[in-house]
Design a protein around this ligand. Structure first.
Ligand code: GLN
Length: 295
């Protein structure tokens, strides 16, 4: 005599997955919903409307759970992530777009409004180390008349940025290479805004980072020497030669790095250095002007 087990519902599948994900995630229920809606190719709202439906056999969900249990970011598993109200393609090992990086875009757009009024022409904006392209593409999307250039040392990052630019129908000029050396030689004082989310993690804290970062994201996009300032130091030191006299610079920085970064900016001739705090109250963006535009 065969016993038929009761049909598993979507609700039960979700609570079983939530249970398993508790070990690796602080948001296990959300993770389970995102992974299952992705696997079933429906929206999260549609999934939640079908909780009583029978759970179909779904190998992609098993595979997604297996990947997540190895601490893979949800953004890599589902292949896209929202940033600044746009959806970006995401792929290892380029950093997944972080919510705090949205402040980098906000600060850049504010400065662009000021500079556009002073300079009375389309702005030229440079991003160093574009990764997935979320910053460059968001800026280009918000400033249709700006000319946006982006660089990265990793050709895979440039390919992903290109895909995201096409996805959002914006043009971003891309160059491969190490910081400013990626640029062609005719860029003296060329840029009105320089923006970057550079690597800024201290090498000593690598072992304390979440396995989500350690196992899946590119250490080259994160680590910057003993004090985490190796790349920021190079950017600030080399920036003036590439910046228009009225230019603006904005850098994402790590917790407790603001004072050191402000000092570096002042040493290299920047003024009116200030910080923008993220939602956790951390001074997350350092920004300054090469010469403050006249009010
Ligand atoms: N804020 C990032 C983190 O989560 C670091 C990003 C960076 O180094 N640019 O570790």
């Amino acid at each position: 005599m065969s016993s038929t087990s009761p049909q598993k519902t979507i609700a039960l599948a979700l609570s079983e997955a939530t249970q398993r994900l508790q070990v690796i995630s602080e948001t296990p229920r959300l993770d389970a919903e995102l992974l299952l809606s992705h696997a079933l190719q429906i929206s999260r709202a549609q999934l939640l409307a079908r909780l009583r439906d029978t759970m179909p056999v779904c190998y992609p969900f098993e595979e997604a759970l297996r990947r997540r249990l190895d601490y893979e970011p949800i953004a890599y598993i589902v292949g896209e992530w929202e940033f600044f109200s746009l959806s970006f393609l995401t792929r290892a090992p380029m950093l997944t777009p972080r919510p705090e990086t949205e402040h980098l875009v906000e600060v850049t757009l504010d400065a662009a409004t000021t500079l556009r009024a002073v300079l009375k022409r389309p702005l030229r904006i440079l991003e160093l180390g574009c990764g997935s392209g979320c910053v460059a593409v968001s800026v280009a999307h918000s400033l249709p008349d700006a000319q946006v250039t982006a660089t990265d040392i990793n050709p895979d990052a440039l390919a992903l940025t290109h895909e995201n630019a096409v996805r959002h129908n914006v043009a971003v000029q891309l160059y491969e290479g190490d910081l400013f050396t990626a640029l062609p030689s005719d860029n003296a004082e060329a840029f009105d805004i320089l923006v970057s989310n550079p690597p800024y993690v201290e090498s000593g804290v690598w072992d304390n980072l979440s396995p989500v970062i350690q196992r899946h994201e590119d250490p080259r996009a994160l680590l910057a020497g003993e004090d985490g300032l190796d790349i920021i130091r190079r950017i600030i030191h080399d920036a003036p030669a590439y910046l228009h006299p009225h230019a603006f610079i904005a850098l994402e920085i790590g917790e407790k790095q603001f004072d050191a970064v402000a000092e570096l900016l002042q040493e290299d001739g920047f003024s009116r250095c200030s910080a923008c705090k993220d939602l956790a109250g951390i001074q997350r963006i350092a920004y300054a002007w090469k010469t403050a535009p006249q009010p």
